[in-house]
Design a protein around this ligand. Sequence first.
Ligand code: AMP
Length: 284
Amino acid sequence: MSDFPRVIEKIDALRAFVSQTRTAGKTIGLVPTMGALHEGHLSLVRRSVEQTDVTIVTVFVNPTQFAPDEDLSAYPRTLDQDLDLLAQAGAAVAFVPSNEEMYPPNCSTTVSPCELSSALEGEFRPTHFGGVLTVVLKLFNICQADMAFFGSKDYQQSLVIQKMVEDLNVPIQIEVCPIVREPDGMAMSSRSVYLSAEEREIALSLKRTIDLAKDQIQQGQRDGFELITEMRQSLIDGGVTSIDYAVVADAKTLETLDPIQLPCVILVAAHVGSTRLIDNCVVE
Ligand code: AMP
């Protein structure tokens, strides 16, 4: 295992590192995370290590993307283990700022997300994307990366970030990487540590429901309303506690499709016990 990553907590120190790196003519890759790292995160880190000279991984549980009733204080924090994993994956720097470092008391400017953010996650977490975009833009400005890597596990987030980059002319290339799954198909999630053994079984119903919808679309199902009704029934039969959404949407605009047209994206968000899980699949 290497000595890497170097842990940096202060913005000034990171800026100095970035400046040296750029002066040396090296490219920078950025992987923003909230820690509690798993193979999904590490796939992004490995991709960044392949594509750029120096990879900065940020580990910051961003308070502004959590609503007051969400799991900010309970969110898993496993920094020592994260640093070991980042060393194995080849990250050069772990940027681990405090809340005060990222949001000093006089910090009040925020990013207003585009229209794509209002449905789906935005309907159930109305302040979420404003918080995500604000922290992501701050991280882009601090790290001055050539490329940033995001997971398609957060499908809507990846679209909203790409739109921000386009609309605000942010000089960075975004790469969206595939969902990494557990052997049984569940999309890897930092929040899966909250699940009991019984809930973990129930959580599989998200992937099962997405597979069912994908099969039906591939067999020619074009009735969006009928398919959504079946998806909701499949989630209920699987034992989820409540459903936020189960939809088939346009892969670019996220408008719900009826009739279904390709390429589309099947998106599901549901609560299993008190844990909220999301999953999706694009059908080309
Ligand atoms: P988070 O720590 O949950 O904010 O996630 C940080 C980044 O990792 C985001 O770009 C996520 O989309 C990505 N990510 C999380 N889970 C997965 C997964 N199972 N597969 C691929 N990427 C993921």
